[in-house]
Design a protein. Structure first.
Length: 164
């Protein structure tokens, strides 16, 4: 079985994006994201890929989901379905689902770990993270980081594990 983890940053109402962009600039969360995903395979939706400032993300195998069979992206492996995705990922390694909304929802039930940065703010949004059902997920750790000059919101770095 694939070893899938989700990594996301969401506001207090599960907001994750607006007009194809992130909600706010949080260098502390970007550092966390880089540390956790570095040297791992990442899976990203085509729309989020298009919004990345650097493509591909370095030090990681970048796998892009798209239904467009003609799509070719320099530096990325393009797959067109979950079945095709499972053929290209390494079951021995942790693979990170990095969004956006449609890809989180597509792979949520197949995921065993969620790294969620809870941003303690409320945002105008058109993209949302799925609800984490505490009957199905256990909060393993929750590290608080207070806001500062560069990071204008309090953050909770949470790790959720799917219950057996
Ligand atoms: N806060 C966070 O942690 C975070 C992280 C990532 C993204 N985001 C935000 O999320 C928003 C984007 O989310 P989104 O849902 O609009 O876009 P998305 O999930 O990034 O990408 C959607 C695209 O993925 C492809 N796709 C979706 N389902 C597929 C399937 N079953 N099989 C094959 N390909 C499939 C399609 O590409 P084609 O059109 O090419 O077929 C689709 O248009 C943005 O606002 C972004 O900033 C937030």
């Amino acid at each position: 079985m694939p070893n899938l983890s989700i990594i996301a940053a969401a506001g207090m109402h599960n907001e994750i994006g607006f007009h194809h962009h992130l909600l706010c600039h949080l260098p502390a969360d970007l550092t966390f994201f880089k540390t956790i995903t570095r040297e791992h395979d990442i899976v990203v939706g085509h729309r989020t890929w298009d919004s990345l400032p650097t493509r591909p993300l370095p030090h990681r195998k970048n796998i892009v989901l798209s239904k467009n069979m003609a799509l070719s992206l320099p530096g990325a492996t393009v797959v067109h379905s979950v079945e095709e995705l499972f053929h290209v990922i390494d079951n021995e390694k942790e693979t990170f689902i990095i969004g956006g909304e449609s890809i989180y929802r597509l792979l949520f039930e197949k995921t065993t770990t969620i790294y969620l940065t809870r941003i303690m703010g409320k945002f105008l949004a058109d993209a949302f993270f799925p609800e984490i059902d505490e009957k199905k997920w256990q909060l393993e750790s929750d590290t608080f980081r207070p806001q500062d000059e560069e990071n204008p919101y309090d953050l909770h770095f949470q790790k959720w594990i799917r219950r057996a």
